[in-house]
Design a protein around this ligand. Structure first.
Ligand code: XBP
Ligand code: MG
Length: 254
């Protein structure tokens, strides 16, 4: 049995966008606004527990900057900073700054060749998804994805299941017909709560997360000449990468 649709998270799953992408863009927006906020690699790793850029900035001010005198129009400041951050981030993607993770292009191509439907479920801003797909995948890659669920389309971000519910409803599919791809514990909780079987590819920020309940946990999707490592999950009988043979075994749908 083959799943009818693959639903991909974006940040950390399609590409390693956090440390050298979103983080750099946040810092550029802070500097531009004359703020002394500076998120180093370790601090950013802690802040990633909060999904969503606006939510993350608020959390930082509330938890880490008791010295900061919040202006009366703090909401407006957050909105301005976030718009600037999106501008910096999409410009960085436009310069080809962030490549896809290993195996992502191969798996997407294989899915398209088999007419398996594709969708996106992410907390990031829609403009960021468009820019990544256009610049790192292909100029017309947005049209390959039937549903793009992103950002503030739903009120509650991951780990809430809302964005996956949104995508499933628009695909018109039961979760048992789909497979999700995530890189983080918040992402896994979100997909699981929506009833989706989930493949995890870890990255440096998420390696130590709790991935109990995932269909399989890999270091990356793998290429024939760049094999993945299985961090937990079923035996893969010498497979080097997550192709449709392995995917079907993991899926075992209705
Ligand atoms: C990704 C995120 C995003 C980005 C920032 O989580 O948490 O918030 O860090 O994007 P996931 P915005 O991969 O689980 O979707 O600034 O556009 O919110
Ligand atoms: Mg992610």
């Amino acid at each position: 049995m083959t799943p009818e649709a693959l639903i991909f998270d974006v940040d950390g799953t399609l590409a390693d966008t956090e440390r050298d992408g979103h983080r750099i863009a946040f810092n550029a927006a802070f500097a531009e606004a004359g703020l002394d906020w500076d998120w180093d690699v370790d601090l950013y790793g802690e802040l990633l527990a909060v999904t969503g850029g606006k939510e993350r900035m608020r959390h930082y001010v509330e938890r880490c900057r008791p010295d900061y005198a919040m202006p009366a129009d703090f909401d407006a400041l957050i909105a301005r900073l976030h718009a600037a951050k999106t501008r910096h981030y999409t410009a960085l993607l436009g310069r080809g700054g962030i490549p896809l993770r290993p195996g992502v292009r191969r798996l997407i191509s294989e899915a398209r060749a088999r007419s398996v439907r594709l969708a996106i479920a992410t907390t990031t801003t829609p403009d960021n998804v468009s820019a990544l797909l256009r610049h790192a995948v292909a100029p017309d890659a947005e049209s390959w994805f039937e549903v793009i669920g992103a950002g503030d389309l739903v009120p509650a971000k991951k780990p809430a299941p809302d964005i996956y519910y949104y995508v499933l409803e628009r695909l018109g599919l039961e979760p048992a017909r789909c497979l999700a791809f995530e890189d983080s514990e918040n992402g896994l909780r979100s997909a699981q709560a929506a009833g989706l079987k989930t493949v995890i590819t870890v990255n440096d920020y998420t390696r130590a997360h709790d991935f109990r309940g995932a269909a399989i946990v890999l270091d990356q999707l793998g290429e024939p000449d760049r094999p993945f490592r299985v961090l937990s999950g079923p035996a893969v009988n010498g497979a080097a990468c997550l192709d449709f043979d392995l995917l079907k075994k993991l899926y075992r749908g209705p």
